[in-house]
Design a protein around this ligand. Structure first.
Ligand code: GLV
Length: 319
């Protein structure tokens, strides 16, 4: 039987070209998420699905696709997929770790620096016509070098963020359910700590954890209250790790100084209380969006899908 794959959103041609001619491909070349009913219709009879985080693959979707053998997510995060349901149904789920680690860490740092040094406010000011003379007290921000960086989620991306902090001579604290080995802690000069200590002592707190029931609203009213009033929060993980209403309140009332956000609770909607705040730098979920990395992610997802269809182990199954 010839194999068939559904690609549920736009994917670079170079990655699609890896698919052998004898595999039939149904391709939705837009980046608009498909309504669930259309997703289910187009998945019927398919062996593989290559999808992005905008596609929700829940048990109902899986139930309509009994021939499906693999869901290849083009992302490292996979909270859009009911992995337990897929396992129950014998469907392999894969993601795209490693290839986006450095790019995502670069962007977390871009947000951190932009929020600390008020780069977006400065840009708006420079364009506004309000810049009439050099000013001593214009747009003061916070130093980054030699400060304390708290990393929540010390996986690949968290560690890549820590590696960059070496260049800024920072003290690095991390919080993770799994302790890194001693060599990694030494190399990255990173110390494990409980969440409360990390929040209390960090000048910059950056989130790199998966979204799970345990991490939902990990940063909220109570945890924000334990942070320094001068602290900067960065989120390049998943939006619901932060309670946006509580964050907006803290930013408005001086509970913390600033935030850099790449992800939001209800993407693409941004909490209306965040929008007017000048002390938030926002990006539309683009931390992995470099030309090189997006192609690498697409290529890896295609390879994962093909491996399973060929009866081989996928390169990067979700853990
Ligand atoms: C993007 O958010 C990803 O999980 O890769």
């Amino acid at each position: 039987m010839p194999k068939s794959v559904f690609i549920s959103n736009v994917l670079p041609q170079a990655a699609r070209d890896l698919i052998p001619k004898d595999v039939s491909v149904d391709y939705n070349e837009t980046d608009t998420p498909l309504p669930k009913t259309e997703l289910m219709t187009r998945l019927r009879g398919k062996d593989g699905l290559i999808c992005q985080i905008v596609t929700t693959v829940d048990d109902e979707v899986l139930a309509q696709a009994p021939s499906l053998r693999v869901v290849a997510n083009v992302a490292v995060g996979y909270n859009n997929i009911d992995v337990a349901a897929a396992r129950r149904r014998g469907v392999v789920v894969t993601n795209t770790p490693d290839v986006l680690t450095e790019t995502t860490a670069d962007f977390a740092w871009a947000l951190l620096m932009a929020a600390a040094r008020r780069v977006v406010e400065a840009d708006h000011f420079a364009r506004s016509g309000r810049w009439t003379r050099w000013q001593w007290d214009l747009l003061w921000g916070a130093d980054v070098h030699e400060k304390t960086l708290g990393i929540i989620g010390f996986g690949r991306i968290g560690r890549a963020v820590a590696r960059r902090a070496l260049g800024f001579d920072m003290r690095v604290l991390y919080h993770d359910g799994v302790r890194a080995d001693a060599a990694t802690e030494r190399e990255l000069r990173a110390a494990p700590t409980d969440l409360a200590t990390l929040l209390r002592e960090s000048d910059f707190v950056t989130l790199h954890t998966n979204l799970t029931p345990e991490t939902h609203h990990l940063i909220g009213e109570r945890t924000l209250r334990t942070m320094k009033r001068s602290a900067v929060l960065v989120n390049a993980s998943r939006g619901p790790v932060v309670d946006e209403a509580a964050l907006a309140r803290a930013l408005r009332e001086g509970g913390i100084a600033a935030a850099g956000l790449d992800v939001f609770e209800e993407e693409p909607t941004i909490h209306p209380d965040l929008l007017p705040l000048a002390n938030v730098v926002m990006a539309p979920h683009i931390a992995s969006a470099s030309r090189e990395t997006r192609l690498a992610m697409a290529t890896l997802a295609v390879k994962n899908c093909l491996a399973v269809l060929e009866g081989k182990p996928p390169l990067t199954p979700v853990p």
